[in-house]
Design a protein around this ligand. Structure first.
Ligand SMILES: C[C@H](O)[C@H](O)[C@H]1CNC2=NC(N)=NC(=O)C2=N1
Length: 99
């Protein structure tokens, strides 16, 4: 999987609200009304991740989910990370009670 250039990544992020490119990773933080909503979001994303065979590095504390995306093989960000980022943002938007 080919690493994207910094400018390709920055261009792609202009329509990916809440994601930033930092330290060679795509990063985002999602906040929900409570743990159940956060965990529901994670379950939804886990199904996408399995289908894509591409998995987030993430950390959940109560209603917060911190996500880092990169492609291990490339040690960089690829189109797979952008794809998963988009799906994760869509999943968060489905959660009506997220804050
Ligand atoms: C063997 C398997 O296809 C690889 O380990 C996959 C699984 N999930 C992955 N997820 C991510 N984020 N990056 C990878 O390079 C990756 N590789």
């Amino acid at each position: 999987m080919k690493a994207l250039t910094d400018s390709e990544i920055r261009a792609a992020l202009t329509d990916l609200h809440g994601w930033r490119y930092e330290g060679g990773r795509l990063r985002a933080e999602f906040r929900f009304s409570d743990f159940a909503q956060a965990f529901g979001f994670m379950a939804h994303c886990a199904i996408h991740a399995e289908h894509l065979d591409h998995h987030p590095d993430w950390r959940n504390v109560y209603n917060r989910v911190e996500v880092e995306l990169y492609t291990h093989d490339a040690d960089s960000v690829t189109s797979r990370d952008l794809h998963l980022a988009r799906l994760m943002s869509e999943a968060a938007a489905l959660s009506l009670v997220h804050t």
